[in-house]
Ligand binder design. Structure first.
Ligand code: AMP
Length: 419
């Protein structure tokens, strides 16, 4: 698999899968162009080398049907402006118009294809009529698989080279993110800059971390993070747990958690995680004290309480000062840090201290030479809110794909290229 940086696109047509799933307002104007900007380095590399770029993406969830509200033509103007050159548009991603426009594309030119998800073959979900029998469903799925292959092949024939730069959809085995790669030989398919840096940052953390390696897992619920926690137990030296999920652990140890968030059906699992951690020599850090509140509100009364003695009628909404002090020490002495999920209800200023202080400790560790990766919607929102984004090594903005990577799953979009 070639590296995009080393590849010369001169005279070649590259079909690039990007993530232009951007928010639009009622006038169909782009309200946040972060994702378009993120794809520019890859597109520019192709055209500056003297190649032509055929750009494809999904937008929203048109569910396999043409729907003008989700047309990518709405973003042609904005995309052209950001790129600094006119972008051509094909009103269908496959078929005669796309083929003619792709064939006529000259070096340095860019063609944007219409929304891939206007075709059910992109996602590969057949429409299943109500009351269909098992057998009929099976037949419909098999038929869709065949149609998907044709669709992927029709996309592939537009270009000489395939570049995937949409990490956000790399966990989907869709036609444009995975199946299409089959129609290019090993030296004609590669990751774009965005996926390349995501994958190398994640691999640096998950496959060859400098030690000590500390993972900080926060957020509301254990249930949504359980597979990640289990996967990380094989890799980390320290596992810091924070946010609402700690109360399930504290209760499982016999502590009193008052009205704090708890998932009673996960108490046994919390115990087994602690046992596994012990067997593997992983240090688990839970809060020792918390900032408790008498309501889930910015106006609530608050008190610091021992994490395992929260009074009835009170709930832990942030970690307490002793905990912050202890966690800072662990973090500042780490060489690799992975952070996913806030330590408290950081959206309310009153309960943001733990998240902010942990963020600052990560920045400090990074200044001392640690590699820090922050990922997942809420932790990214937190580092942005506290102005810490420039102080961490890498921020991953991918949602589901990042979580699946952290869970140890092989992502179809990555495998299709890397093998
Ligand atoms: P998640 O989406 O699972 O990462 O959870 C993020 C959410 O967890 C944020 O909106 C936080 O406000 C919330 N959260 C963090 N700590 C707590 C807590 N102690 N109690 C309730 N919710 C929390």
């Amino acid at each position: 698999m070639p590296k995009i940086n080393d590849f010369n696109f001169s005279g070649k047509k590259a079909i690039i899968r990007v993530d232009f799933n951007v928010p639009l307002n009622e006038k169909f104007e782009v309200t946040d162009d972060t994702r378009i900007k993120a794809a520019l380095p890859t597109i520019k590399k192709v055209i500056e080398d003297g190649g032509a770029a055929i750009v494809m993406s999904h937008l929203g969830r048109p569910k396999g049907k043409v729907n003008p509200d989700f047309s990518l033509k709405h973003i042609v103007g904005h995309f052209s402006k950001l790129l600094g050159k006119e972008v051509k548009f094909a009103s269908d991603c496959v078929g005669p118009e796309a083929e003619e426009k792709a064939a006529a594309l000259k070096p340095g030119e860019v063609l944007l294809l219409e929304n891939l998800r206007f075709h059910p073959e992109e996602e590969g979900k057949p429409a299943i009529p109500e009351g269909a029998s098992e057998e009929e469903i099976k037949a419909l799925k098999a038929e869709m698989k065949e149609k998907q292959k044709v669709f992927a092949q029709n996309l592939a024939k537009l270009a000489d080279v395939y570049v995937n730069d949409a990490f956000g959809t790399a966990h989907r085995a869709h036609a444009s993110t995975a199946l299409i790669a089959e129609y290019f030989d090993a030296d004609s398919k590669m990751f774009g800059f965005l996926i390349d840096s995501e994958v190398s940052s994640l691999d640096k953390v998950l496959k060859s971390p400098d030690r000590p390696f500390t993972a900080i897992m926060g957020g509301a619920k254990v249930s949504s993070k359980i597979t990640i926690i289990e996967n990380l137990l094989d890799k980390v030296d320290n596992l810091i747990l924070g946010g609402g999920m700690i109360y399930t652990f504290i209760k499982s140890r016999g502590g009193k958690i008052g009205n704090s968030l708890c998932e009673d059906e996960y108490l046994d699992l919390a115990r087994s995680i602690e046992k596994k951690a012990k067997e593997k020599g992983v240090n688990i850090y839970l809060a020792t004290d918390v900032l408790a509140a008498d309501a889930f509100s910015e106006d609530a009364n608050t008190r610091i309480m021992p994490a395992d003695q929260i009074e009835d009628g009170w709930m832990g909404l942030d970690v307490g000062p002793d905990t912050i002090k202890a966690l800072k020490e662990v973090i500042e002495n780490s060489s690799t840090i992975l952070w996913n999920g806030p330590l408290g209800v950081f959206e309310m200023d009153k309960f943001a201290t733990g998240t902010k202080e942990i963020g600052k400790a990560i920045v400090k560790a990074t200044e001392k030479g640690a590699f820090s990766l922050v990922g997942g919607g809420d932790s990214v929102a937190a580092v942005n809110k506290f102005g810490l984004a420039d102080g961490v090594s890498y921020i991953s903005t991918a949602g589901g794909a990042l979580l699946e990577y952290l869970e140890g799953k092989e992502l179809p979009g990555i495998k299709a290229i890397r093998g």
